[in-house]
Design a binder for this molecule. Structure first.
Ligand SMILES: [Zn+2]
Ligand SMILES: [Zn+2]
Length: 345
């Protein structure tokens, strides 16, 4: 397909341009040309556009990576998709040939490149993606559910490691979108009580809707005292979604419990109580994006179980990207959905 399309391009530190670029073309035999039906703004996009950038992207690249799309054209080696299919995407493209990839841990491939950072991304009307990074969903899955596929791929990567048991008590530090995903996913997996931290009054209702039993505003309440009251043994599982509180997670988990670390902050330095990791016999799990869970996300969307549509706070045409970005920057927004064809629904 030839022609021009609307898109948002990262130009230089802290800057972007809403502009037009040629519709991308298939380059490799396993490429798929995808029409973007909707795309949402990720915290990563906010970090890319921060000054100084807190996440790298190549100037000149179309940013954005959270999409619901539709197949337009398939490369000659693509067998699993056909024009018209509805799609979700994992935007992280591993090399597939290094020794880490060959061990199966492609999510931590040292040669990883990502759509929306190194390759042209989703704040556009079309994008090109290899078929290995796409999964089909049913057409009757509401767009409002499917738009959460990429962050859910990340959260489900963590869930897959957790082996949560029915009745397990969970403490989550960080009441942002990932705190909400984990609250609901843990409840769906049978968690007993879920305690989560949250300082924003506006976000309370979203945390409650996600299933939180207790929201602790750590400016007003002592988290440890609340956990001792609600979970006398300590939490079976603590989940770190901030990037700076692993020590607290180690402190709050029960002897023999599990800490899942998902928060990222490469500037933060922390003191970690190694003694208590050993003494309490704790398991600490790090999780970065998802490994082989995109298909599970697709199944969860198809069955209707993965419905986080209550988290959508903004719906905007792509040309109003600035409004959405500002809402994300100021934490007014939880989920901002952009519509590159102006067909807001
Ligand atoms: Zn994202
Ligand atoms: Zn690799």
């Amino acid at each position: 397909m030839q022609g021009m399309m609307d898109c948002v391009v990262f130009t230089e530190v802290g800057k972007y341009e809403i502009t037009q670029k040629p519709i991308p073309q298939l380059k490799r035999p396993n490429d798929v040309l995808v029409k973007v039906l909707a795309c949402s703004i990720c915290g990563t996009d906010v970090h890319i556009l921060a000054t100084p950038p807190q996440y790298p992207a190549i100037p000149g690249t179309i940013i954005g990576h959270e999409i619901v799309g539709e197949v337009v054209e398939c490369g000659e080696a693509v067998t699993g998709f056909k024009p018209g299919d509805r799609l979700i995407m994992d935007n992280n493209i591993a090399c597939g040939t290094c020794e880490i990839c060959k061990k199966g841990d492609y999510n931590v491939c040292p040669n990883m490149k990502s759509i929306g950072m190194e390759y042209d991304g989703a704040f556009a009307q079309y994008l090109v993606c290899p078929d290995s990074n796409l999964a089909k969903i049913n057409k009757d899955v509401p767009l409002d559910n499917a738009i959460f596929a990429e962050p859910l791929n990340v959260a489900m990567g963590g869930m897959k490691k957790l082996h949560i048991m029915p009745g397990d008590n969970v403490v989550i530090i960080g009441g942002g979108p990932f705190g909400m995903y984990f609250t609901k996913l843990c409840k769906m997996a049978g968690a007993g009580k879920v305690i989560i931290t949250g300082r924003s009054e506006a976000r309370r209702k979203y945390l409650l809707e996600s299933g939180a039993d207790r929201i602790v505003n750590t400016r007003e309440e002592d988290l440890k005292a609340v956990v001792q009251e609600e979970m006398p043994l300590g939490a079976d599982i603590t989940i770190e979604c901030v990037g700076t509180t692993i020590d607290q997670c180690i402190d709050l988990v029960r002897p023999g419990g599990t800490v899942l670390v998902i928060g990222l902050n490469d500037k933060a330095e922390q003191t970690i109580s190694q003694h208590w990791i050993a003494r309490k016999g704790i398991t600490i799990l790090g999780s970065f994006i998802g490994v082989n869970v995109l298909q599970t996300v697709a199944s969860g969307l198809n069955s209707g179980q993965l419905d986080f549509s209550y988290m959508i706070t903004h719906r905007l045409p792509l040309k109003d990207f600035e409004i959405g970005l500002e809402a994300m920057r100021t934490s007014q927004a939880i989920e901002v959905v952009l519509y590159p064809w102006d067909d807001i629904r």
